[in-house]
Design a protein around this ligand. Structure first.
Ligand code: SAM
Ligand code: SF4
Ligand code: SF4
Length: 371
């Protein structure tokens, strides 16, 4: 069991690409210290809790982040956090970095071009991010700490030509995992940073040339999360490199035993699938609403074992793949189905309300893979 905890909607930044932009708040509805203690007590005795990822907004902007890290250490719960890293270099968060239960830090850096960073983040902050990267590297070396250092880069139309340079830089720095994320566009956003399939293919071909030119090097830390599994097949083939990581980007969190906690303590089995109601097969109308539980009030294991929605989702995930995805094109012909790829359960055959977002992308890479 793994928890992704969206600690706060607050963030001192105002990035143009941010999918939380419409939800970002500068006022706080985050939990206080007493409620935090209740949540910690309700998760700390869970038998299979492998770890907690602290997310946001920016998790470092949560008022009680230092106290939270202390409590996680006290209960021996492994944790990591993802941040844009604007302030870390100052040493303000060193107490968290020195925490023996800190398992990973994810730093979001999208380009080495200061103008691109200034444009997408509405702030001239690249140098501070790079200083923060050096700071976490140096501190780890100095105190012989165990945390892993990951980088997150969003694949966008404004940085696509700068990413190979960035990957090369992260490799020189010996970053443990280099993730290139899929840009998620929101219709509410005033900006659109989407990359079309043709441009994407050009990037994949360019990065494969870079990998081939550096054939002796290990690329197992590189994860092109924006590619679906047939795209990763294509990249591995043309790069002549089978070690490029597949990562877990094609695994729906329900199949990964990951659940989500929001900043007010409510628990969800999936981050995208709210509110929880069941759609009738006959009328196509919501026929049932599920109760959403709060970790301030109940133990984690009671929620995952007794809550009706958690139980139904678990039993849905156990169904045979033909029953779940038998009608879903092109998954029903794909070798990766329920092996490397676990598509979103919203697309299972019981749901007629969704159109399948990866259909075109997967078909495209399946076709060009058969060269
Ligand atoms: C929402 S942020 C939260 C943590 C922190 N504030 C940060 O920016 O790193 C988590 C990750 O999502 C990425 N992200 C934000 N908006 C995105 C979008 N529209 N599409 C894809 N990834 C996005 C960020 O770059 C970051 O790596
Ligand atoms: S730092 Fe993260 S949460 Fe804050 S605005 Fe940027 S992407 Fe969004
Ligand atoms: S076709 Fe379906 S199962 Fe195959 S990789 Fe794409 S989404 Fe996953």
């Amino acid at each position: 069991m793994y928890i992704k905890w969206n600690l706060t909607k607050k963030c001192t930044l105002n990035c143009k690409f941010c999918h939380n932009a419409t939800e970002r708040k500068d006022w706080s509805r985050d939990i206080g210290i007493e409620q935090l203690d209740q949540i910690i007590s309700n998760i700390s005795n869970h038998e299979n809790l492998e770890g907690v990822s602290l997310l946001g907004g920016d998790p470092l902007d949560y008022q009680y982040i230092l106290q939270l890290a202390e409590r996680l250490e006290f209960h021996n719960i492994s944790f990591g956090f993802i941040t844009a890293g604007e302030e870390i270099y100052k040493g303000t968060y060193d107490a968290i970095l020195l925490n023996k239960n800190l398992n990973f830090i994810g730093l979001s850096i999208d380009s080495l071009n200061p103008d691109t960073v200034k444009y997408v983040r509405n702030k001239d902050m690249l140098q501070r991010q790079l200083d923060s990267l050096d700071h976490i590297m140096n501190l780890r070396a100095k105190f012989n700490l165990n945390y892993k250092i990951f980088t997150n880069t969003i694949f966008m139309n404004v940085n696509q030509h700068e990413i190979i340079n960035l990957v090369n830089f992260f490799k020189q720095k010996k970053v443990d995992k280099i993730q290139i994320l899929e840009y998620k566009h929101s219709n509410k956003s005033a900006y659109d940073f989407s990359v079309g399939l043709e441009e994407e293919l050009k990037f994949v071909n360019d990065i494969s040339s870079y990998i081939r030119e550096n054939q002796g090097e290990d690329f197992s830390e590189l994860e092109l999360c924006f590619l679906p599994e047939p795209g990763k097949d294509y990249l591995r083939r043309i790069s002549l490199n089978e070690n490029i990581s597949r990562g877990t980007s094609s695994k729906c969190p329900i199949f990964r035993d990951t659940l989500f906690v929001s900043n007010d303590g409510f628990v969800y089995p999936c981050d995208n699938y709210k509110p929880y109601f069941r759609i009738s097969q006959t009328t196509n109308e919501p026929e049932k609403t599920y109760k959403i539980e709060n970790l301030i009030k109940k133990q984690l294991h009671t929620i995952t074992e007794k809550n009706e929605y958690f139980k139904e989702v678990k039993s849905l995930a156990r169904k045979p793949k033909e029953e779940l995805f038998g009608n879903l094109e092109p998954c029903n012909k794909c070798n990766h189905l329920l092996k490397e790829c676990f598509p979103c359960l919203q697309y299972s055959t019981s749901s007629t309300t969704q159109s399948f977002v990866y259909e075109d992308k997967c078909k495209f890479y399946m076709e060009i893979s058969n060269f």
